[in-house]
Design a protein around this ligand. Structure first.
Ligand SMILES: [Zn+2]
Length: 478
């Protein structure tokens, strides 16, 4: 008997329907997975941005808040339990408060931004079940920072009672090694002292992290930014010349330079080394303000720079409509342009790093109590701002600052330091001056960059520079 032939294509037809249904289901599944992933990622970002996330607060019922530790595994925040009562303990008092923040009356610092991780326990499933059955809380994950505990301690003692900050980073990786800000608070006693800390009479900014939130006129440290823009717009920058007679006058506006005796004929290196206001006004007036503004954005202005901590955004004040006097003032770091110490450190590190800007970061990884890493943050890729040749030229100019220029005080006995001082006048009074020194070392193979900022602290060269030098010397010899 002849087998009845199936109409050709019907099998295909059936399969086609199955394939179509399958494809639709597959698509639905994929979009569901993507949706969930997206939700998870969006929520993570949101959690980082919005510290008081109730979703994770509820974890506190089953999780003991995790530790915050330094890169060398010193515990700087932990939770002690005593008969069910939990106390957040900061074993070093105020020493690391700029990093940890507090978890008491609300949360700040890493306690806020890393809340989700501290209230998550990635112990094994078995442990989780056992703890649950025994009605025991699981230990929250540990947040491991990039902070160098020993160097932090050294800088804290060095800054002492002065009002200001010391910020240190590794220029190649962006790891923040030190964040010291003064005056500061003891996170152990925030709750008890809350009224005094937040009283309107307390105008010391004691709860503020001056490294990331302090905005100051950058003074002559801003000459580095003017120099960078000048180099980018003038490929023949190595043949730059200006004859400084001790002041600069244009349209009835006069700016004094140095002691008024004049720096004579300077090239770009000497202009940086002697911090010649007149030469920088001359350079600044030749610049395209739009491009100059774009450069400051590339350098991080307009951004808080460190996602783990609250921060202020540095501001470049010039616009196409700015008056002549303001352009002159901004060229050498006065005027209304404002920088955070961290921004100054990032610019310094970019020069140290051969022209590549590496974003700073503060948290290295998160791990569970068995040492298993659940999330790693690590260095971000860098972006090139200037060529290697331009960076090398600036590096030589910053060595010149120390070797024959304004700041011999920054010379370290152990290595060549490259740096720039700044003394920023504010509130139009000569008595009110902020002292800056920003540096890296050893200049031919930089492993450390430092920015010292002293509020109402005198002069960059005599007051801030010796602290930067001591930090460098200590780091390279300890
Ligand atoms: Zn001069």
């Amino acid at each position: 008997m002849k087998r009845r032939e199936e109409p050709r294509g019907s099998r295909f037809q059936n399969n086609k329907e199955i394939y179509t249904a399958g494809a639709i289901l597959g698509l639905l599944l994929v979009s569901l997975i993507f949706g969930l992933l997206w939700f998870e990622l969006a929520r993570r970002e949101e959690t980082l941005a919005r510290p008081e996330n109730n979703r994770y607060e509820a974890n506190g019922d089953s999780v003991i808040r995790g530790n915050i530790e330094t890169r060398d595994r010193v515990v700087i925040a932990r939770t002690d339990t005593d008969n069910g009562a939990e106390t957040r303990v900061y074993p070093f008092g105020p020493l690391f408060s700029s990093v940890t923040g507090y978890s008491a009356v609300g949360r700040t610092g890493l306690e806020a931004s890393m809340n989700r991780y501290l209230l998550t326990s990635s112990v094994s499933f078995g442990d989780l079940i056992t703890n649950d059955l025994m009605d025991r809380k699981s230990q929250g994950d540990t947040v491991v920072t990039t902070i160098d505990s020993d160097l932090q301690h050294y800088c804290y003692e060095l800054l002492g009672d002065r009002k200001g900050s010391i910020t240190v980073m590794e220029p190649r990786t962006g790891k923040v090694l030190v964040m010291v800000t003064s005056p500061t608070f003891d996170p152990n006693t925030v709750k008890e002292n809350w009224e005094a800390l937040t009283s309107p009479d307390n105008d010391t900014g004691i709860l503020m992290n001056r490294c990331t939130q302090g905005l100051y006129a950058p003074g002559s440290t801003f000459k580095l930014v003017t120099a960078i823009e000048y180099m980018r717009e003038h490929p023949d920058y190595e043949s730059y010349h200006y004859n400084c007679t001790g002041s600069y006058t244009l349209n009835g506006e006069t700016v004094l330079c140095g002691d008024g005796s004049g720096h004579g004929n300077v090239d770009l290196e000497h202009a940086v080394a002697y911090s010649c206001n007149a030469a920088f006004i001359d350079m600044g007036l030749s610049l395209d303000i739009g491009k100059w503004g774009a450069l400051t954005k590339e350098l991080g202005f307009g951004d808080k720079l460190l996602r783990e901590l609250p921060g202020a955004a540095s501001t470049f004040s010039l616009t196409e409509g700015s008056g002549l006097f303001e352009v002159m003032q901004t060229s050498f770091g006065q005027g209304r342009t404002m920088e955070t110490p961290l921004e100054n450190l990032v610019i310094t590190s970019m020069i140290a790093n051969g022209g590549v800007l590496v974003p700073p970061y503060l948290v290295e990884y998160v791990e569970n109590t068995d040492g298993k890493v659940s999330e790693r943050f690590g260095p971000s890729p860098g972006t090139r701002v200037i060529t290697e040749e331009q960076a090398a030229y600036l590096k030589r100019s910053m060595e010149a600052v120390v070797n024959y220029g304004t700041t011999p005080q920054a010379a370290s006995p152990v290595c060549q330091v490259a740096g720039k001082s700044g003394t920023a006048q504010y509130a139009s009074s000569f008595e009110n001056m902020h002292a800056w020194f920003t540096a890296f070392a050893p200049s031919d193979d930089p492993v450390i960059s430092v920015t010292v900022m002293l509020e109402k602290g005198g002069y960059g060269s005599t007051d801030a520079a010796p602290l930067a030098r001591d930090v460098i010397t200590y780091y390279l010899t300890r």
